[in-house]
Write a new protein. Structure first.
Length: 126
């Protein structure tokens, strides 16, 4: 069992050029750099279609909210898409209060998210 500000961030490639970024534990001032490092790596790899899996999130503070908001902006600047999977009523309420419904598509599970995620935009390469 995780204690304190431990955070686990894992990535999984999904169909439609989507990367699932699962965030487990506490996303706060003490741990948000771990998520930011993962997002930097994904941007460097040219991956900009993300689904944040937050069903195992235990806590989020304003720093964590900012990390998700910044990720949304930077991925969209690259022509990508970002969505959130979260079935926990408590976090859905928080996300509603901070306006995430205006920034992110939100689903209750990964299967729904993958099915509804917009198709990858084609780039004009040759």
């Amino acid at each position: 069992m995780m204690t304190g500000s431990q955070l686990q961030v894992t990535t999984t490639d999904l169909p439609k050029e989507i990367v699932l970024v699962e965030v487990k534990g506490e996303l706060d001032l003490a741990s948000s750099s771990k998520l930011n490092e993962t997002l930097t790596r994904l941007r460097e790899e040219g991956k900009s279609r993300l689904i944040f899996g937050l069903n195992d999130l235990m806590f989020i503070d304003s720093t964590g909210i900012k990390a998700l908001t910044d990720a949304n902006r930077s991925m969209k600047d690259l022509g990508g898409e970002v969505g959130i999977v979260c079935a926990k009523p408590y976090f859905k309420r928080i996300f509603g209060m901070v306006g995430f419904s205006q920034l992110f598509a939100m689903w209750e599970n990964v299967e729904e998210a993958c099915a509804a995620f917009p198709p990858a935009k084609k780039t004009a390469a040759g």
